[in-house]
Design a protein around this ligand. Structure first.
Ligand code: ADP
Ligand code: MG
Length: 273
């Protein structure tokens, strides 16, 4: 898919140095929690690759290790082995400033991820100044516009927003440092069904406009089918199958667990879930 012919060009600004590199590469990743008899092997020998500008889904039932992969990437879990690279740079134990600018995460629950006593203006303003931007006023208005919220929302507090509007603010906050990669952990599962599609469509548009790379976790195959070009299916900490989304849609799967998930999701759709 991607050649690595440009690996010698790793000097200078990142945007130049990593052109043509993969967005995210994970090889033989193991992640565990606790030790000895308390040890939980949350992810075992997982490998995946998301080309820059690509969109990749991780599906599987609750507890299968999906969020743990995202958390390990962002440096939130120190106990891992294997290889992880972002935009052509291998990740070590610590993440640098450039990482925290270029990789942003959107969480499932916008109620929990926004501080109740911070207005939208404060959330976005603080994020922007943390990342060293100066034209904060202009950028806040632009970000609100980019996520489909007008300037009227700028001085609201989270309790004055609907779930969908909160998630738009969380997405604006993620976009504030001008990232190149978004890690999306069930970004619509806490929302009413009626607003899920709106938020997914916003995410689709943002990726197209900005050439963002998405790694998206969902337990919902329809969501991944809408958003992603490739999907990895996880079961009990392992990736059991990786396939193009068209194959998933057409039922061209090789692993019985993928088939099981597909049947379960068809059942849910038939039941109107
Ligand atoms: P998913 O996102 O697919 O629902 P997770 O990645 O959250 O699954 O969890 C995978 C496994 O790791 C589960 O068995 C979970 O209980 C365990 N786990 C996750 N976080 C921790 C933690 N901080 N300490 C101990 N076990 C954890
Ligand atoms: Mg999870």
């Amino acid at each position: 898919m991607n050649t690595r012919a440009d690996t010698g060009a790793n000097t200078g600004a990142d945007t130049q140095a990593t052109k043509g590199a993969n967005g995210i590469e994970i090889e033989n990743l193991n992640v565990w929690f606790g030790e000895h008899e308390d040890r939980v092997d949350a992810v075992r020998d997982a490998s995946l690759c998301v080309p820059e500008g690509g969109s990749f889904g991780l599906v599987g039932e609750s507890g299968s290790g999906k969020s743990t992969i995202l958390r390990a990437l962002t440096g939130l879990v120190p106990t891992w082995s294997g290889r992880m690279a972002v935009l052509g740079r291998d990740l070590g134990r610590r993440r640098d400033r450039e990482f925290y600018r270029s990789v942003q995460m959107v969480f499932q629950d916008p109620y929990a991820s926004l501080h109740p006593r911070q207005s939208v203006d404060q959330v976005l303003g603080e994020t922007l100044s943390l990342h060293g931007f100066h034209d904060i006023d202009r950028r806040i208005n632009k970000l609100l516009d980019d996520v489909g919220l007008g300037p009227a929302f700028r001085f609201r507090y989270p309790h004055q927003l609907s779930g969908g509007q909160r998630q738009r603010v969380a997405i604006a906050r993620a976009l504030a440092p001008e990232p190149r990669i978004l890690l999306l952990d069930e970004p619509t599962s806490a929302l009413d069904v009626s607003v899920q599609a709106e938020i997914l469509n916003l995410l689709v548009d943002l990726r197209a406009e900005r050439g963002l790379t998405y790694l998206m976790v969902s337990h919902n195959l329809a969501v991944v089918g809408h958003m992603c070009s490739d999907v990895a299916v996880m079961q009990l900490g392992e990736i059991v199958e990786t396939l193009p989304v068209e194959d998933m849609r057409a039922g061209r799967t090789t692993h019985p667990y993928t088939r099981h998930l597909l049947q379960a999701s068809l059942g849910e759709m038939a039941a109107g879930a």
